[in-house]
Structure formats: C-alpha cells, structure tokens
Design a protein around this ligand. Sequence first.
Ligand code: A3P
Ligand code: MG
Length: 425
Amino acid sequence: MDPHRSSISCHSHQSSYKRQRDDSGRSPRENKHFRTNTQHQYRSESALGQNPLSCRTLSTRRELYERDFPVYKQPVEVGCFSLDSERRFFNDSRQMRYYVEPDRNPNFNLRDGYRDRFIKRDDSVKERLDHILRWIVANKSKINPTGAAASPRALDVDFVTWRGHLTKLLTTPYETREGWLLAVTRFRGTFYISEVETEAARRERENRTERHEEMMYWGYKFEQYTCADNTHSLPDPGGVVNTNEAFCTVVQTRLADHRLLFSGEVDCRDKDPKAPAAPACYVELKTSAEICTPKQRSNFHRFKLLKWWAQSFLPGVPRVVAGFRDQEGVVVSVETFHISKISHLIKNEYNCWKPTVCMNFCCDFLSFVKRVVTEDSPRVVYLFSWDPYKDVTYSAHRDSQYCFLPHWYVEEMTRSEDSQYEPKA
Ligand code: A3P
Ligand code: MG
C-alpha cells in the first residue's frame, strides 16, 4: 500500500463516528458546504465517496508518513519586523538582540523581577496574522520582484502563516495532549493560515495556577540574562522584562511543491559581525528542567527536543542554547544544541519521533488544504480541526466570527493588483 495515498482517509473509524454524530437530524440542505454566521462547529460529511479528491479527513497516524524526507529548501530571510514595548509594529530590526554567551554554570535566578519588573503581554488579545500582513503590505516588492502582473496571484507564494502554526503541524503526529484549530482563507490564490484558540486552550489560559504563570516568565528572564541590546553592551538583568517586545524574521522557502512565506520570533543573533547571514546567525534560547535521571533524559529527548527541533528547523535557525534550571528556578547549567545534530541525539531512544514524519505530515496537510479550500474569498474561512488520536476534519464558514483577513489588507492587496493593469499616467 502506498502510504502517501492512504493518509487521506474516507473510511477511518474517526470519519464514520463523525458521520453518525453529524447526520442525526440534519437535512441534506444544511449538510451542504457552508453555514453562515455559525457559532457552532459543523462538519460537511455528505459527500464521503470513493474518490480520494472528495475525502473529508486526513489521518495523523505516524506510520503513514514514514517515507523519504521531502524537499525542504534552505529558508531565505526576506525581511524582518519589530514589535515594541506597546506591541506597535515597525518594519525594521530595532528589537534585535545580541547573544552573550553565559558561563556553563551561571546560577541565574529566573524568579528575580517576576513581581516588580515584569510587563506581560495581554494574551487574550488575538493578533491573528495582522503583523505579518502589515509586513507584506510594506514589502510587496520584495516578495514579488517581478510584479504581480507576472502572476495570476496577488502574492507569489502558496501559504502565509506564523512559524508557530507550522511547528504545531510538524509535531501533530506525536502530540497526545493538545488539539488545534487552524482557519484557512484563500485570497487571490494564496492560502492564509491563522490559528483559532480551542475551548480547551482558552480554559487553560484562564485558569493557570500562580506557579504556572511564574514559570512562563522564567523563559523570558533567561533571555534577559543572555541578550544585549547592541553588539557592544552587556545583558541587563536589572531591567524590566516586557513580553510585548519582539523581533521577528520573515522567511521564504518551499516544502515539496508548497511555496511558504512565514514569520517567527527570533530571540537573538550572534554578535560577531563576521557571523553568517540570517537566519544562520540566529540563536534560539530555551529553558528546561535539569536532567537528573535516565527517565528524565528520555523524556527530554522524546518531548522537548521534538518541539525545539521543529521550531528552529523551520526557519533555518541552527542552534538552541538551553538553560537547565532546578526546582527553585535557578539555571544550573547551559548547553548548546545544534539543530542538525538533534536527530543523532535521539537515535538510541526506542520508538522516538522522526523528522521525516513531521515534515511529510505537514506537507500532506498543506496538500489537503489546497484540495479542500476551493473558494477564493476573504469572507470564507475553512476551519481545520484536530484532536489527539483523531483525524483532521474541516468545516466551512461564510461571513462568520472566524474571518481573519482585515479590510485594510484586502483593500490594499486588491488595489495594488488592479493598479498593475492601470495605464500609467
Ligand atoms: P522557554 O522556551 O525557555 O520555556 P520561545 O522559547 O518560543 O522563544 O518562548 C519564550 C518563552 O515564552 C518560553 O521560554 C516560555 O517562558 C514562554 N512561552 C512560550 N510559549 C509558551 C507556552 N505555550 N506556554 C508557556 N510558556 C510559553
Ligand atoms: Mg526561546
């Protein structure tokens, strides 16, 4: 059996379960593609047939994705942007920070400043793709060097999204705890993918314990201990940690036949001016509990390194600097992990995650999206939904709460494309 073809399933246990549930009491008319202004999840299941192109679900079973590693072109940085202490967008690198290598055993106290020198970003505010869209509007010529007239698309890419959304896709075949919802809109030939918070994630966010809230600060505090504002200065652990601030890279690459444009936050860069060009000079910073037992090492390999690898491999960030902390939030050791060596590190782990499964699943999901998302309109959102141990399903919504392309973006992209055909004065 060709595993590639069988990942899109019409006959899974999952889809028949959904069929039973959704068919109850709904008229065939309601079961057509769209539901307008709906608050409810709705899955169109009416046309489950034998033709693979009409299939409604995508399997996430690991064994279906164990084939050759797909083509993944070296990501190229096409730009960057910054978000300041009030989360305002700037089309430049003003928030770039520079890595200052710490001692191997630095004893950084990550709890310092949590009460009195911490400004936390309001994570109930959903920014969706807005910052990336702002960057696109400001840099259209960089993405379409030959101009939109050369292409039927407004943008010469297939997908626009955040790196974090792609990271979730890469790790899906191994995820056992958290599902996801991804909204997709096709606009002028490009597929925009934006996350929607699940009910479970919202509940978790609103009910975090004080300990959890504090531990979320620790990662940012580690960044403050290891980053300087410019090439000549040193880190300032006495300053304020403000999680509104961000420096984001924008990269272009290709996964098989999917041309991707995505952005991701970058913690810092090598301060040596002779360091290779971005993204190769970037450094990802992480914290993790110190490893004291073989079981802890195995869990670190199985779970942490998967997330770290996926996040940095996507934009081509070559290394992760990890601060290992004790129970009290003190960094007791620091270690560098090279992304290209992580797959060797996990080789001895029984039944461990595989990079090829991650990339092939992501690739097949993007193909699935291209097949499903047929209507090209900023007013239409296809909502892809996944829960652990289940298949990916979708529903379609017109003029709904899920719409996420802002008017200013739609107008700008429509205007600029039309203007290509206007006679020059
Ligand atoms: P750690 O990664 O050291 O835990 P990132 O590493 O992606 O640059 O994120 C920086 C920090 O933001 C994290 O540091 C962590 O403190 C916090 N953070 C990011 N995503 C989080 C999440 N899903 N849950 C909790 N904390 C998160
Ligand atoms: Mg980090």
